[in-house]
Design a protein around this ligand. Structure first.
Ligand SMILES: NC(=O)c1ccc[n+]([C@@H]2O[C@H](COP(=O)([O-])OP(=O)(O)OC[C@H]3O[C@@H](n4cnc5c(N)ncnc54)[C@H](OP(=O)(O)O)[C@@H]3O)[C@@H](O)[C@H]2O)c1
Length: 200
């Protein structure tokens, strides 16, 4: 399929596995100029090699934690002006009784699933507006729309992200820039396997 995005600069934050890898594969097949981030170097390099072999795309791996200021600086120093931004991460942990969820866990979940995409959007959106074209996709969660007690660290921050991105999208749509959130249900990914293996 030709989506008309050949040669666009695409950044997938969290693209060495799972749904992010799927997004990266689709963007590689379209021959975008692709940058993929993840924290784990070994899996990231293996994924990039596999995607290059499969698609022939030009792919740059970036080892960085996109939930930290330093990580975001590293990513943006290598890929400052993406036309396409996909934001994803590993699913936040299942919470037990909501009373036991402490401040540190909240701060970690908020940094990863809300503040990271918010900071990236702020950093890249002016360039997209100037170029009159941009696509931002956050891979969030169905729990944003269908609250579940064991997903309180995942659903509420993404409900906030959806609210924020709709507000921003209304401002930038007239410049050819769109922001969308995907709210997936269950998919068999490395992240989910890790969580359920533990429970099993
Ligand atoms: N899979 C499902 O059933 C499901 C259901 C609902 C919602 N979701 C949502 O969909 C998204 C993707 O889930 P998934 O199952 O595909 O996850 P996954 O299989 O764990 O893959 C996550 C990817 O993001 C990278 N990553 C995680 N934290 C990062 C960080 N701080 N900085 C940079 N890269 C990071 C991981 O690599 P490193 O670990 O090496 O950094 C990996 O490449 C999440 O937002 C999740 O909440 C998934």
């Amino acid at each position: 399929m030709d989506l008309g995005i050949t040669g666009k600069i695409a950044l997938v934050n969290g693209g060495s596995a799972g749904l992010g890898r799927g997004a990266a594969l689709a963007l590689a097949k379209e021959k975008t100029e692709l940058f993929i981030t993840a924290r784990g170097e070994e899996r990231l390099h293996k994924t990039c090699e596999e995607l290059v072999r499969e698609t022939g795309a030009n792919i740059t791996p970036i080892v960085a934690d996109h939930s930290s200021d330093e990580g975001r600086e590293t990513v943006l120093s290598i890929c400052p002006n993406p036309d396409i931004l996909v934001a994803t991460c590993s699913p936040p942990p299942f919470s037990g009784d909501f009373r036991t969820v402490g401040r540190a866990e909240w701060e970690e979940a908020l940094s990863l699933t809300l503040l990271s995409p918010v900071e990236f959007i702020k950093s890249v959106i002016d360039g997209m507006v100037e170029r009159k074209w941009g696509r931002i996709v956050n891979i969030a969660t169905g729990a944003a729309k269908y609250p579940a007690a064991m997903r309180v660290l995942s659903g509420p921050p993404r409900a906030a992200l959806v609210n924020y991105t709709v507000a921003v999208a209304k401002q930038v749509a007239k410049h050819g820039v769109t922001i969308n959130n995907i709210l997936p249900g269950m998919h068999h990914t490395d992240g989910i396997r890790g969580m359920f293996d533990g429970q099993a």
